[in-house]
Design a protein around this ligand. Structure first.
Ligand SMILES: [Mg+2]
Length: 210
């Protein structure tokens, strides 16, 4: 990473904890191992509409029970204070996102939801964020909780990926850094910013001495 100027967050499992039983939902939908949104989008009517409805029902129910992840407000505040852009990229619907942002009084500089038609694990939504914020892939990192976040980041060429998970094993053999708590992730980002600030100072001093 050249210099951190933006952080792209995932929503469910990253900003909020939501009681999803994805295995059950996938079984009910009959996705046969395909990513849910891609699977439904590829169906014919009336199957397609019925399965969208079923997914939306599960999402709405889970969203109503969402709780803010401990320490996430402090992390978002830290980034805002330091002038680091905060983006949100989620496969969840705009309706649920709006509900959660309002409920927890959260704000982002850029927001991409399902309606964009750009879904993780494709890198497409990340590339839109980089373009909108006028940020290079070397100037941002991704914070998520699932292999989808990692896959999308890899495809976008974003090499710094931070994963919030209690299951380190799931990401063994990958280049991600796994954190059990938002607090430990915040400390890691604080370190990055500290190193960055002192490097900037050194660069400026060298320049002024030239
Ligand atoms: Mg997630």
């Amino acid at each position: 990473m050249k210099r951190l100027r933006a952080v792209i967050f995932d929503l469910d499992g990253t900003i909020v904890d939501v009681p999803y039983d994805w295995n059950l939902i996938k079984e009910e939908l009959g996705t046969k191992g395909k990513p849910i949104l891609f699977y439904i989008a590829g169906l014919k009517e009336p199957d397609k509409s019925e399965k969208w409805k079923l997914l939306e029902k599960h999402e709405k129910e889970a969203t109503s029970k969402a709780v803010l992840k401990k320490g996430i407000l402090q992390l978002l505040d830290l980034l805002a204070e330091r002038g680091i852009k905060r983006a949100l990229v989620t496969n969840n619907s705009r309706e649920n996102v709006t509900f959660l942002l309002k409920k927890f009084k959260l704000e982002f500089d850029c927001l991409i939801s399902r309606e964009s038609g750009l879904w993780k694990p494709s890198s497409a939504p990340f590339l839109v964020v980089l373009r909108e914020l006028k940020i290079d892939k070397e100037e941002c990192c991704v914070v998520g909780d699932s292999p989808f976040d990692l896959k999308a980041a890899e495809e976008a060429g974003i090499s710094q990926v931070f994963i919030l998970s209690k299951n380190k094993e799931k990401f063994s053999g990958t280049s991600v850094e796994v954190f059990e708590s938002v607090e430990s992730l915040r400390r890691r980002i604080e370190d990055i910013l500290k190193t960055q600030a002192s490097k900037l100072k050194t660069d400026e001093r060298i320049k002024s001495e030239e």
